[in-house]
Design a protein around this ligand. Structure first.
Ligand SMILES: Nc1nc(=O)c2c([nH]1)NC[C@@H]1CN(c3ccc(C(=O)N[C@@H](CCC(=O)O)C(=O)O)cc3)C=[N+]21
Length: 299
């Protein structure tokens, strides 16, 4: 039976470090700054609702001001860009997060050009690290902000004393948010992308990968970020592998990951649960980035 990697506990540890970072920032700047994170939520995607709620609570506990701007699903692209512009210019706002996915066309709305919205966020306030500038800096191994979910996973591996150096990591999923940056960060040469978690041999697998099961079976560390409930079965896991489940899928009233947990846990040496695994770490790293943004904007 695999060790359960307690993301919730590690996230709490990181959040208490972030709270101390806020105090340190006040000392360094010699005034009472309160970092402020503005989240923009358009429409009513259920996963986004959970995220916004948890994020708000976590901000408060860490001494960060959390503001949520809720807009109806039929908001226009121009109205959304106007809000982003306003937040860019607002000196009291240090971090901006536009909740994805933006509502699709229909329900009275015309849909959004997501790329254009993300491009509009000031790179110095881009705590998701989705802007092209921040993605480029990451690719070049000199990141400003690290994307929250991959960074959370790096922290989890580090704090659980799991090294990926020289090991085969298979990342299933190639999204801009998780799969792509995760692969880059683990393959890097040094610790530039968070602690000394580096030097992995990385394969990116996806929906068109031939023999996905065999590819997964060759992974010393398997990271599932596909958004398909319980797609990774126990027989796709190499005995003794470390399994990181990024999926947050609502099935009925239950949250399940991208990994069939019970089966996989019988084979793996360590595995993250859902909930209580990667999700809470994503939020912890978002808070970390908000404090970092506040520091960058004030020095
Ligand atoms: N711009 C943007 N950045 C994001 O990072 C982003 C986003 N948009 N849109 C939505 C997704 C989803 N996401 C979650 C993160 C943590 C939990 C989380 O904390 N989950 C808890 C459980 C929640 C529950 O109890 O229901 C857990 O896994 O233990 C959930 C969802 C971030 N996302």
């Amino acid at each position: 039976m695999a060790e359960i990697l307690d993301g919730k506990r590690i996230a709490a540890e990181i959040r208490s470090e972030v709270a101390k970072d806020v105090e340190k920032l006040k000392q360094d700047l010699g005034r009472d700054v309160v970092p402020c994170l503005a989240a923009v939520l358009v429409g009513e995607d259920p996963a986004s609702q959970v995220y916004v709620r948890n994020k708000q609570r976590a901000c408060e506990k860490a001494g960060i001001e959390g503001r949520t701007h809720r807009l109806p699903a039929d908001t226009s692209q121009a109205q959304l860009l106007e809000l982003v512009d306003q937040l860019n210019k607002d000196d009291t706002v240090n971090g901006i997060l536009v909740q994805l996915p933006l509502p699709a066309a229909g329900n009275g709305g015309a849909g959004f050009d997501e790329r254009a919205v993300l491009d509009a966020v000031d790179p110095l306030k881009d705590v998701d690290a989705f802007s092209p500038v921040n993605v480029g800096l990451l690719m070049q191994g000199r990141p400003r902000f690290l994307p929250c979910t991959p960074h959370g996973i790096v922290q989890l591996l580090h704090r659980c004393n799991i090294s990926v150096a020289g090991k085969h990591v298979v990342v299933v999923g190639r999204s801009d948010i998780v799969g792509k940056p995760m692969a880059m960060m683990l393959a890097q040469r040094d610790g530039s992308c968070g602690r000394e978690v580096a030097n992995a041999t990385v394969t990116i697998a996806h929906s068109r990968t031939a023999n996905l099961a065999e590819v997964c079976q060759s992974a010393d560390c398997l990271i599932a970020a596909v958004g398909v409930p319980e797609m990774i079965k126990g027989n796709m896991v190499k005995p003794g592998a470390v399994v990181i489940d990024v999926g947050i899928n609502r099935v009925g009233d239950k949250l399940v990951g991208d990994v069939a947990f019970a089966e996989a846990a019988e084979v793996a040496s360590a595995i993250t649960p859902v909930p209580g695994g990667v999700g809470p770490l994503t939020i912890a790293m978002l808070l970390h980035n908000t404090v970092l943004a506040t520091r960058l904007q004030n020095t």
